[in-house]
Write a protein that binds this ligand. Structure first.
Ligand SMILES: Nc1nc2c(ncn2[C@@H]2O[C@H](COP(=O)(O)OP(=O)(O)O)[C@@H](O)[C@H]2O)c(=O)[nH]1
Ligand SMILES: [Mg+2]
Ligand SMILES: [Zn+2]
Length: 281
C-alpha cells in the first residue's frame, strides 16, 4: 500500500543481512545489502537551531524484525496516548506487529494503566502492564517476544533498557541514557545493535528518542494505520475522505456512536494536522 518508492538514507541498518569483504588489516567493507523483508523508519529528527527548513529524510530504525515493542510509562515521562499512537502508526505502516508495554505500573496510584489497557485491548492490541521494580508482567512479556526479532522502541526514560536488563540480566545495558541529542543539540551517533539473547530471540534496544514522526504517510492513508478505523472507512461517502470534516464520513459517525474512542480519534486528528502535503516523497 505504501513505501513502494524507497529512498533510504541509510545504506545499511540494524538487522540488515549483508555481504562484506575483509581487508588485510582486518577492517572490512560491506559489498551488498540483501533485500529487506521489512523495515521500520521515522523522519530524521529536526536538528535544534538548524536554519535549514527542507524536507526531512527517512531514518531507518531497524530492518527484518517481527515485533515492535512500543514501551511507554505511567510517569517520568507521563503516559501520553498520542505519542503511543505515533509509534503504532509507524509500526502499522510497516506491517510489523506492535506490542504495547505500559511500564512503571508501581507508580500508578490512579489506575491510569488499566484504562489505557482496556482501550487498546478492545482495538485488538496486545498490552503488557509492567514494572521493573515489582517484576510485574516481565515474564509474560518475555514469553511473547521469544523466538522473534524484537525492536524495543519508545521515548527516552520509559524503561526500555531496564526491562531488557530485567528479562536478560547478562545484557547490562546502560540505564538512564537520555536523548538522541547531546547538550549542544547535535544528533548523537549512539547506534542500536541487534543482540541475540537466547536461541532465536533477538532484541534491539534503541537509544533515547525525543520525538517520533512516522515517515512517508499521506493524509488520505493515515486512517489505515488506526486499525479500528478500517471497519468503517469503506462507508465514507468520499474515497478520499480524511475523516476530518467531510460530509458522510463513517468514522465521524462511529465516533459519535462510541464505536471508535474519542481519544483515538482526537489523536488521529492531531497527527493528520502534522502531515505536510505532498512532501513526503
Ligand atoms: N518506578 C519505576 N522506575 C523505572 C521502571 N523501569 C525503569 N525505571 C526508571 O526509569 C529511568 C529510565 O530507565 P531506562 O531503562 O534507562 O529507560 P530507557 O531510556 O527507555 O531505556 C531509570 O531511572 C529507571 O530506573 C519501573 O518499572 N518503575
Ligand atoms: Mg535506554
Ligand atoms: Zn471519513
Amino acid at each position: 500500500m505504501k513505501k513502494d518508492k524507497l529512498y533510504f538514507t541509510d545504506f545499511a541498518a540494524v538487522g540488515d543481512n549483508v555481504e562484506f569483504e575483509m581487508n588485510k588489516d582486518s577492517s572490512g567493507v560491506i559489498t551488498k545489502v540483501q533485500k529487506r523483508v521489512n523495515y521500520v523508519s521515522r523522519k530524521a529528527p529536526k536538528i535544534k537551531g538548524a536554519s535549514f527548513r527542507g524536507e526531512r529524510l527517512e531514518q531507518v530504525v531497524a530492518v527484518n524484525i517481527d515485533n515492535v515493542v512500543v514501551v511507554t510509562s505511567i510517569y517520568f515521562p507521563d503516559f501520553n496516548n498520542r505519542v503511543l499512537d505515533r509509534f503504532l502508526v509507524a509500526s502499522e505502516s510497516s506491517s510489523i506487529n506492535p506490542i504495547i508495554v505500559i511500564n512503571k505500573t508501581d507508580l500508578d496510584n490512579n489506575s491510569i494503566s488499566e484504562k489505557w489497557n482496556d482501550l487498546y485491548e478492545k482495538i485488538g492490541y496486545k498490552v503488557y502492564l509492567t514494572s521493573v521494580y515489582t517484576n510485574t508482567g516481565i515474564r509474560e512479556l518475555q514469553k511473547s517476544i521469544s523466538n522473534k526479532k524484537n525492536l524495543f522502541w519508545g521515548h527516552s526514560g520509559v524503561g526500555k533498557s531496564s526491562i531488557l536488563n530485567k528479562m536478560f540480566p547478562g545484557l547490562n545495558l546502560k540505564i538512564g541514557e537520555v536523548s538522541d541529542y547531546n547538550s549542544k543539540g547535535k544528533h548523537t551517533t549512539v547506534t542500536a545493535n541487534m543482540i541475540k539473547v537466547k536461541g532465536n530471540t533477538f532484541v534491539i534496544d534503541t537509544p533515547g528518542l525525543r520525538e517520533i514522526d512516522p515517515y512517508g504517510i499521506q493524509k488520505q492513508d493515515l486512517g489505515h494505520y488506526f486499525i479500528e478505523f478500517d471497519n468503517y472507512m469503506n462507508d465514507c461517502k468520499f474515497n478520499t475522505c480524511t475523516h476530518h470534516h467531510e460530509p458522510g464520513c463513517a468514522i465521524i459517525d462511529a465516533v459519535e456512536k462510541k464505536f471508535i474512542s474519542v481519544e483515538r480519534y482526537d489523536s488521529y486528528l492531531r497527527m493528520l494536522d502534522t502531515i505536510e502535503e505532498d512532501i513526503n516523497f
